[in-house]
Design a protein around this ligand. Structure first.
Ligand SMILES: O=P(O)(O)O[C@H]1O[C@H](CO)[C@@H](O)[C@H]1O
Ligand SMILES: O=c1cc[nH]c(=O)[nH]1
Length: 237
């Protein structure tokens, strides 16, 4: 089966797929952490690979930026390629003074300014939440690795350059930890298909202090997040 966006056979995907926004981060993850790696999609340069990690098959694929792109790929991965566990490994902007560069967030829930989930829900508000099993596995992995990962609500936005100048303060007031662009959509697609999803995020920039990582660091670093995601993948495989 191929789709307009993914040219692969269903059996080429593992049932667990890591999903960075950046396809070059997918390449980096495949080349650095997996063995026996096969490139299984390059349509639109949205690179996807399957390989092995500690004896378990794992796939990794870029989703592009934003909910429309992430939801499209997630839907196809679940419906046409048999992917059942989708683990986003993304960057985010911290909205919390106590959450600094390179710190980790496990997105238990994802608020949003997007209409994408309302489109599927008759205009009502949908509470986009992570799969509990994946979330607790990631929290356990972080604990075991001595990593102080924060668990909480994030904000998935349609607008990287947000017009609301008071957004950061408003999010902080509601104890939302960070901003990114995909988790709320990923969670609703997974729920609709009874699949499991989790977003693990690393702080790449700080919306209060304006510190930031370089684009190369966003492509090639994030070792802790990737290792935790792979612990979850192997645990569940
Ligand atoms: O680093 P990734 O996974 O792409 O995630 C974040 O970075 C992009 C914006 O620069 C958006 O996709 C946002 O969600
Ligand atoms: O979506 C994102 C990702 C990183 N940093 C942000 O401010 N927003």
């Amino acid at each position: 089966m191929t789709t307009p966006h993914i040219q692969a056979k269903p059996e080429q995907f593992a049932s667990t797929c890591l999903l960075p926004g950046d396809p070059l981060r997918a390449k980096f993850i495949a080349e650095t952490y997996l063995t026996d790696v096969e490139l299984i999609n390059s349509t639109r340069n949205m690179l996807a690979y399957t390989g092995s990690h500690q004896g378990s098959r794992v796939s990794v694929m870029g989703t592009g930026m934003g909910m429309p792109s992430c939801m499209l790929y997630s839907e196809e991965l679940i419906k046409e390629f048999g992917v059942r566990r989708l683990i986003r490994v993304g960057s985010c902007g911290s909205t919390d003074p106590e959450l600094g560069l390179n710190d980790l967030v496990l997105a238990a829930g994802a608020s949003t300014d997007s209409n994408a989930n309302r489109l599927q829900f008759g205009g009502y508000d949908y509470a986009a939440i992570a799969d509990f099993e994946l979330l607790t596995a990631a929290a356990a992995s972080a604990r075991k690795r001595g990593v102080d990962a924060r668990v909480g609500n994030v904000f998935s936005t349609d607008s990287f350059y947000h017009p609301n100048r008071k957004l950061t303060a408003m999010l902080n007031r509601l104890h939302i930890l960070a901003v990114e662009m995909e988790a709320a959509g990923l969670y609703s697609v997974a729920a609709r298909h009874r699949a499991q999803a989790l977003a693990i995020l690393t702080v790449s920039d700080h919306l209060i202090t304006h510190q930031q990582l370089s684009s190369e660091e966003r492509e090639r670093s994030f070792d802790t997040m990737i290792r935790i995601a792979l612990d979850v993948a192997v645990n569940d495989a």
